[in-house]
Ligand binder design. Structure first.
Ligand code: SF4
Length: 402
């Protein structure tokens, strides 16, 4: 498994596979082929179907600017991966080359025939069972496990990640108005946080602040703001919301919250390795289901649960996200995405409560639930895997962008 740096990436929303991945591909070609004088970029599969709403075309053009770039949306040609793009580069002597790129989730890309910057494998374990066995043998916590393979520097990187997460929430809480696009979705984070409800209980208020924090990041992401993939842009709002809430209420040292990010990252890495974090591959269970699972693990660590308890919390959170489809209305990462993060943040908290109570009596392992998730994802009809052709996206008619 790779470094947590490649799980938690800092970049612009609204989508890791549809905006950060294409951005990285365009940047790669600019840097490695400085003599190209123009580009044709063809988007296929989910990138074609939802690319406008996800700002794929604008991101590529912006990154290649001022080089002339034509974007083609090919809705029909079958491709081997749902997020496929062809970059054709033209040169002054009349020659051209075409390179195929796959945006494989979480901002990661694969370019056929090119050796990308190495994203080194730093964790030799193949699944959570192996990680857990090693921790028991050595008497390690999951934080020790991450420190062993990635050194102390990874915590400096995670501190940057956490800082960005908090900045994004603050920015989202101070913004008002409508999100971009034709859905006319109103930003609700601040209003939701500050509304007064008569006789509201302390628990109710706590839940409302978690939800408002998630609204803030989800809305910033939809507006193309700076976010952290956790594990993707579309699902970036779940983890920061619960971490901010916990740090604010319990006044825990920041160091501990950064360690919690590392613990959540271990589970995200296992999902990335053996399942998927791409909505185009396995539906929203792979994005927000994974975010919920990572968040539950991080929160369980903060609450002092054992290794088994943390695994149980991550498993429960994924188990009850199974089957969740990806059907972004109009191709925008707004409906149902933002509210789905809001609910996932509170569900992660609930998963930890269940794990606190029932970890000893449950027998489904984390590896089993990851396997179940990817198989369920493969069984989902294509319409429910980020094509905006099924579910809510089919039912709600949206006017086209001019
Ligand atoms: S429905 Fe879920 S997987 Fe699909 S774009 Fe929205 S957040 Fe991502």
């Amino acid at each position: 498994m790779k470094s947590l740096r490649y799980l938690y990436r800092i970049g612009h929303g609204p989508s890791s596979s549809h905006s950060i991945g294409p951005y990285r591909a365009a940047k790669y070609f600019r840097k490695n082929y400085p003599n190209a004088i123009s580009y044709d970029v063809t988007l296929y599969g989910s990138l074609a179907l939802t690319g406008r709403g996800h700002l794929t075309d604008k991101t590529i053009k912006e990154t290649l600017k001022p080089i002339d770039t034509k974007i083609v949306f090919d809705y029909k040609t079958p491709v081997p991966h749902p997020n496929t793009m062809d970059f054709t580069l033209y040169f002054e002597d009349g020659s051209s080359i075409t390179k195929r790129v796959f945006s494989v989730g979480g901002g990661a890309i694969k370019i056929e025939g090119e050796v990308e910057e190495a994203e080194e494998e730093v964790y030799p374990e193949k699944n959570f069972a192996e990680i857990s066995a090693l921790c028991r043998e050595k008497g390690w916590s999951l934080v020790d496990y991450v420190r062993h393979y990635e050194g102390e520097e990874i915590f400096d990187y995670l501190a940057k990640v956490y800082k960005q997460m908090m900045e994004t929430i603050n920015k989202g809480l101070s913004a008002t108005g409508e999100l971009p696009g034709t859905l006319h979705v109103k930003r609700r984070a601040y209003e939701f946080l500050t509304s007064i409800y008569e006789n509201e209980s302390a628990v109710g208020r706590a839940y409302r602040s978690i939800m408002a924090f998630a609204f803030a990041t989800g809305e910033e992401n939809a507006a193309g703001g700076m976010v952290v993939t956790a594990p993707t842009c579309g699902s970036a709002a779940t983890m920061p919301a619960l971490l901010k809430y916990y740090q604010k209420v319990y006044e825990v040292p920041q160091k501990k919250v950064i360690e919690a990010l590392a613990v959540g990252g271990v589970f995200g890495n296992v999902i990335k390795q053996n399942g998927s974090i791409s909505g185009a591959e396995a539906g929203c269970q792979a994005e927000i289901g994974s975010a919920c699972s990572m968040t539950a693990a991080a929160y369980a660590y903060l609450k002092g649960l054992s290794l088994d308890g943390i695994e149980c919390a991550a498993e429960v959170a994924m188990e009850h996200s199974l089957g969740s489809t990806c059907d972004p209305v109009g191709g925008y990462v707004q409906i149902p995405c933002i509210e789905r993060n809001v609910l996932a943040a509170t569900r992660a908290e609930t998963a930890v409560r269940l794990a606190e109570y029932a970890a000893d009596t449950r027998s489904i392992s984390f590896d089993t639930i990851v396997q179940t998730m990817i198989e369920t994802g493969r069984d989902l009809k294509k319409a429910y895997r980020e094509t905006s052709k099924g579910g809510l996206a089919k039912e709600i008619k949206v006017s086209k962008e001019k």
